[in-house]
Design a binder for this molecule. Sequence first.
Ligand SMILES: NC(=O)c1ccc[n+]([C@@H]2O[C@H](COP(=O)([O-])OP(=O)(O)OC[C@H]3O[C@@H](n4cnc5c(N)ncnc54)[C@H](O)[C@@H]3O)[C@@H](O)[C@H]2O)c1
Length: 248
Amino acid sequence: MFDLTGRVAVVTGAGQNVGEGIARLLAQRGAAVAVNDLFAERAEGVAEGIAQEGGKALSAPFDVTDPEAVGTGMAHVAEQLGPVDILVNNAGVPPGMGVTPFREMDPGEWSKYVDLNLYGVLHCTRAVIEGMCERNWGRIVTVSSGAGQTGLNLGISLYGAGKGAAISFMRHFAMEVAGQGVTANTVALGLIDNHRDPTVTAAMARQVPVGRTGQAADIAPSVLFLVSEEASWITGQILGVNGGNLML
Ligand SMILES: NC(=O)c1ccc[n+]([C@@H]2O[C@H](COP(=O)([O-])OP(=O)(O)OC[C@H]3O[C@@H](n4cnc5c(N)ncnc54)[C@H](O)[C@@H]3O)[C@@H](O)[C@H]2O)c1
């Protein structure tokens, strides 16, 4: 079950944390994985780590918000690994993301959240969808957030807007390609602990019904399931991976 042997996967923003965990698990299940990141050294480090574990990986650094770079990068992946069967749109935190209430935000700050979380998803999806439809098989998973599903008083309204836009796109898009063997689903994450400060971690954990924050390792299995052959009858869905933090 959940064997990806012979499949080619691209995971965006896979140079660390959640994306790295996804790339590593897909490679362990037999996929050849293109490790994308904005920062080449991060992508290279993860790709090397996968190769050392005996997996097949390619470092594929490019900016998902730049349509030309996405086109060139995806073409390189196809040349080196073969046609892309699986796309995981994971990149979603713009470098230097802060928390600022909308009223205090400069309009010049808005676009980076929408560019990454909506346009990044659109560019990458567009670059791989024709091939998937021609081959009548494809899996697209977008990593979104509870912030795209509900209101949070955390100063992340533009981030939430980008995350919500991607969720809505994935639903409509799933309808359009369902007849061509392509599924399109979303995983909406809860609080993932990227902090090293135990006080912050403990405060975050108290908000999660299962009593702890998420780790990268908690996310990857849900993505593996959705990109597998076995999940061919699941499309247009949003899977909450959040320790019970948001129950819809
Ligand atoms: N961390 C959380 O608490 C949390 C919660 C809910 C959802 N998420 C979502 O999970 C996903 C992964 O989050 P994370 O915490 O692992 O993020 P992270 O910031 O730790 O890692 C994301 C990676 O994406 C890369 N990246 C950023 N912009 C890029 C671009 N334009 N092109 C290519 N790569 C780019 C970064 O360089 C970074 O290495 C994101 O979509 C995020 O929105 C995270």
